[in-house]
Each structure stands twice: as C-alpha cells, then as structure tokens.
Design a protein around this ligand. Structure first.
Ligand code: ATP
Ligand code: MG
Ligand code: MG
Ligand code: MG
Length: 564
C-alpha cells in the first residue's frame, strides 16, 4: 500500500467530546469518524486492525473447538418473551416493527436466538459439546455512549455460546474459553487481568471479566498483593451473609426479602431502570424511607416509600401493592439480573454511619463499604466505593487489596440452564431422559479491544501499536519523495519487505519530511524506515522503533533481520 492512495485523513484538532486519549487519537489518526451519537465508521487503517484482532480471535476460538456461524441481527420479540427478557431488558434494547407490525429488536446479545437455533436439532448427549460463535454488530442504546467505539451504540462483538450435557462439561468449556481469552489478549500485546465478575443482566453463575489495564478505564478492579485473587470492585465487595431468619430479625432490619421487588417497583413507578445493580434504602432525618437505585454510572433514582418510621410491615405493604399493580406475585423473579431470594439486609457499619441499607444482587450476599450520599437531589451522584485500597483480601485474609482501573474488553459466563430451561432446549441423556442443555456465553468487544489497546499504548505524539494488531507493521518513508533517487530506493526496500512477508506501507507522499514523520508517530506504526540522502550515500538503513524512539542503523543487506 502506498500512502498516496491511502484514505487516512489525519487531523490536528480533536472534537471537544473526545474525553480520553484513545478517542482523541482515533480521530486524529484518521481511524474513525462519527455518523451519529454512539455510531462510527471505521476507516481503512482501523479496519485493518479490526481484521487482525478478529483473525486472532478466530484462530483461538477454532483452536478451542468453536465453529463460526452468522445469525440475524434482527430478532423476533417472541424469543425474548420466552426467556422473559423482552419486558425486562429495558431501554438499552433497540426495538423496531416491520410492515406487519411485528416486533423485533436489534440484537444486543444472542442467547435467545442461539438457544432457539439449536433446540430442535441438538437432541442427544452424543452431539455434545457444541461451541458456536459469530463476529457481528450488536446494538445497545447506551444511556451515555462515550469514548468513541469504546462505548458505542452499534459495536462489533464476538460472541460464542457453549452447549454441554452436564455441569462438568460446561465447566470444561468455560475453562477452555478462559484459556482462549488469555491467549487472545496476550497475542494482541495487551496488559490485562482476568477478574472475577458479577454476572449482571446475562445471569447465571461463575463469570470473569478480562480487563485491559488503563488509568482512564471505567472498570475498577481489586487485586490481592498476597494471593492470586482479582475481582471487579463490585464482586470484591460481596460478602456472604448468614441467611437471616426473618422471624428472628428485629423488624427494622429486614427491609425487603426480594430485590426483584425493586425492579417491579421501578416498573410500577415508571422509572427507567435499565439494569438495577445496587439499591439502598435509607431513612432521612424526617423519617422518610427512601429506596434509591444506584445505576451503572452512579446516577440515582429514588422512591419515597413511606412517611413513617421504617419497618418491614410498611415496606411489605408497599411492595405487595406494587407487585399486584403490575400483575405479578411476590417472589417473582425479575430477569433484569436480580436473583430470586436476594436479601437486602442492614449493613451494620453503613447503618450506623448513614442509616443506609445495602443490598447485593446475589442471593445471600451483601456489599461492604457502600457509601450513599445523604442528600440526594432528584438525580445526583452517589459516592460509591465498594472496595477500598488496603481492604483485607476476602480470600486469603492475609494480603491487602489494591485498586486499579481498566477497560472490560471481554467477559465469560457459565450460564447453566437459565435459557435452555426457560426456552425448552433439552437433549436426551445416556438414560434417555430429557435434560436442559448446560450453557455458557463468552463475549469480546472487538472495537473496544482496539480502543483499549490505544488507551494503554500511546504517548503525546500518538498511538504506539502492539505489533500484532498494528494497521501496518512497518512504514518506509521516502524523506523527500520529489527526489527520484530517494523514491526509487524506498520503493526497493518496500518491495523487499513485501517479498519477505512484512506488512508494510510506503509513504511516497510529496509532503515535507516533518509532516510525514509526525503522521508516522501519530498513526503509530511500530517500525519506521526512513530513506534520505545520507542513508543512500552510505548504503545503510535507518530503523526507528516507535515504542522506544530508538534509532538503529543496519547495512543494506542485513536490515531485514533487524526489522523482523
Ligand atoms: P459494560 O459493562 O462496559 O457496559 P457489558 O458488561 O454490558 O459492558 P457484555 O454484555 O459483557 O458487556 O458484552 C461483552 C463485551 O462487549 C464487553 O466485554 C465489551 O468488550 C463489549 N461491549 C459491551 N458494550 C459495548 C459498547 N456499548 N460498545 C463497545 N463494546 C461494548
Ligand atoms: Mg453494558
Ligand atoms: Mg460490564
Ligand atoms: Mg460484561
């Protein structure tokens, strides 16, 4: 490829909305352009990187036994009714109607679609395990799209789904995917941690996030300095509680036995809760009991429950009324990611400090260190620090937790039978008995991985691509392309590198040397070879390593080794 033909419009300035380095650099280096809020086009350089990341993903998915397929983007509402998520998924789901008024969504994820795909034909234990994946655009109407392709509304995801005959099989598929994910992010040249995670809206049991370390990342993670424990802050703050016997607890200590009722209350009161991950109930000075929803990025919706001294009785009544109002029954399990039987129990410390109650989205667990702000406005920010630097490690109890930040580039889930049971996807086991399939699902954000690579690898001059995912590995620059001799010499080197299988770009533009060198640094090719009068005169090749800035001179006949 020659730079004179390359469509890579570089810029000096960045749009004001680009808050973090990766977003700014993707604009300036001519990688992406915005079409509407949270929607982007990938230009040629970015697309080459995307294709390289996808290729690494494909190789690792195939090596782990995955088979690539492609499912429709539009998904009929009926499938989501079956799993119970049509009503529960919330505003993040983009819904559309066809000309016959039938309802569809633009796939935010594909558990329902793939379960329906296999349920009629995956009938025997002899066919299992089966691992199917696709690399496709997903749609999520994010409340706050930002950071360019890092959190966009249309984005590329690799999603794999595993089907096994028993829990051991599912765990084995999960383990294989965990290894494959480790290989993928290692091959992409990224510094990352696999951390235990909450399974959130997807549901199910065990889950890990693959977090690319970066100070500006949205995820907070906690790693122990004495053992290998690492978890997302939310997961690290979960502590088991002794399942309380409600009858024995003092009344004011049981606020609600089911966080699912929080979702129902939200629905009843028409509060747009997309994913309720935390809720606190607290008592104000004038004894109003308030239930507050703390959402993904810490916005708060609050509901005044009763103008009375708080107690289980009042709340129970409010709950039951709300449940009846939406046609539900107490104990109804909301698939928003809130598990049945979850207890919201007074956190003694928080109670003392803030009159607050913290509830976890996991049965028989509660959160530590929840710090709700006391004087909420209508919508304000709560200061939530689930785990803090130096907290004792919940696993080894020896070490201390260190807090870091990063970007969630992938997540894997052991789902169990959540979708197969709800959607009747069964197989016949060895004894001829029908059993629900044991499932797992495994996602990687392809565009987000690219953005995370830039966020982690850049300096004030531009991007520093890890070699495996650079749009081009080497750029050959004719310092003054107007000089015939320089251009010809550069072309020779370019052809030699191509013949040797190096992914190379020739910068043959008739621009000033300074402009071209700046673009090389901005776009971030790992290796730059400059051909100028001096190099030609003494028959050498000057190689610049982008990451270190190091300049190395090679003789004309040995430079290839140096580049490779
Ligand atoms: P987040 O917590 O950042 O909202 P998520 O947990 O909702 O992400 P998953 O459902 O786990 O995302 O999807 C799998 C992967 O898809 C994520 O790990 C991430 O890399 C990617 N992804 C999710 N949402 C977006 C988005 N809005 N833009 C780009 N990539 C995304
Ligand atoms: Mg999300
Ligand atoms: Mg997440
Ligand atoms: Mg996730």
């Amino acid at each position: 490829m020659r730079a004179t033909n390359l469509y890579a419009p570089t810029l000096r300035n960045t749009p004001a909305e680009a808050e973090i380095a990766s977003h700014q650099l993707m604009y300036r280096a001519g990688l992406i352009r915005k079409s509407a809020g949270g929607m982007y086009s990938y230009l040629p350089l970015a697309w080459r990187t995307i294709r390289k990341i996808e290729q690494i993903i494909r190789e690792e998915m195939d090596a782990a036994g995955g088979q690539e397929i492609m499912m429709p983007i539009l998904q009929p509402s009926e499938l989501w009714e079956e799993s119970g998520r049509w009503g529960a998924y919330g505003a993040e789901m983009i819904r559309v109607k066809d000309r016959h008024d039938r309802e569809f969504c633009m796939g935010p994820t594909h558990e329902e679609m793939i379960t329906a795909l296999v349920r009629d034909e995956l009938r025997s234990y002899k066919q299992l395990p089966v691992l199917l994946y696709q690399i496709q655009d997903k749609f999520r109407d994010e409340r706050r799209p930002r950071f360019g392709v890092m959190r966009s509304r249309e984005f590329i995801m690799k999603d794999l789904y595993s089907f096994d005959k028993d829990v051991e099989g599912m765990n084995e598929s999960y383990r294989k995917m965990s290894v494959a994910y480790t290989n993928i992010f290692t091959r992409c040249g990224l510094d990352f941690r696999a951390v235990e995670a909450d399974s959130g809206a997807i549901g199910g049991g065990h889950s890990e996030e693959f977090t690319v370390l970066a100070p500006e990342g949205e995820s907070r993670i906690a790693c122990c300095d004495a053992c290998s424990y690492a978890a997302s802050d939310e997961k690290a703050a979960l502590r088991p509680i002794d399942a309380p016997d409600e009858a024995e607890l003092p009344l004011e200590k049981v606020v609600t036995p089911h966080t699912s009722t929080i979702a129902l209350l939200a629905e009843y009161l028409k509060i747009p809760v997309e994913k309720t991950i935390k809720a606190v109930a607290y008592q104000t000075e004038d004894d109003t009991l308030i239930l507050a929803f703390l959402r993904g990025d810490h916005e708060v919706n609050e509901i005044k429950l009763a103008n009375a001294v708080p107690g289980a009785r009042e709340l129970r009544m409010a709950e039951e009324e709300a449940i009846r109002a939406v046609g539900g029954c107490p104990g109804f399990m909301s698939p928003i990611g809130i598990k049945e039987g979850t207890h919201i129990v007074v956190d003694e410390t928080a109670m003392r400090m803030h009159n607050a109650v913290s509830g976890a989205n996991e049965a028989d667990y509660h959160y530590i260190n929840v710090n709700p702000q006391r004087d909420f406005g209508a919508v304000t920010v709560a200061d939530i620090r689930l785990v803090e630097e130096g907290d004792e490690c919940p696993v080894c109890e020896n070490g201390h937790l260190h807090i870091g930040r990063g970007i969630e580039a992938g997540q894997i889930f052991a789902l169990g039978t959540k979708y197969s049971a709800a959607m009747g996807a069964t197989f016949l086991d060895e004894t001829g008995k029908a059993q629900p399939l044991q499932m797992g699902c495994y996602g990687i954000g392809v565009g987000r991985t690219m953005a995370a690579a830039i966020e982690q690898n850049h300096d004030e001059s531009g991007i520093i691509w890890p070699r495996a995912i650079a749009p081009y590995e080497v750029v050959v620059v004719a310092v003054n392309a107007k000089v015939e001799e320089q251009l010809r010499y550069a072309e020779e080197i370019y052809e030699e590198l191509r013949a040797a299988g190096v992914d190379v770009l020739l910068d043959d533009r008739r621009e000033r040397a300074g402009v071209k060198f700046n673009d090389c640094d901005l776009i971030g090719y790992p290796v730059r070879i400059a051909i100028g009068p001096k190099t030609i005169e003494n028959g050498s090749i000057e190689v610049k390593v982008r990451r270190t800035g190091e300049l190395v001179n090679f003789a004309r006949d040995t430079y290839l080794k140096g580049v490779q």
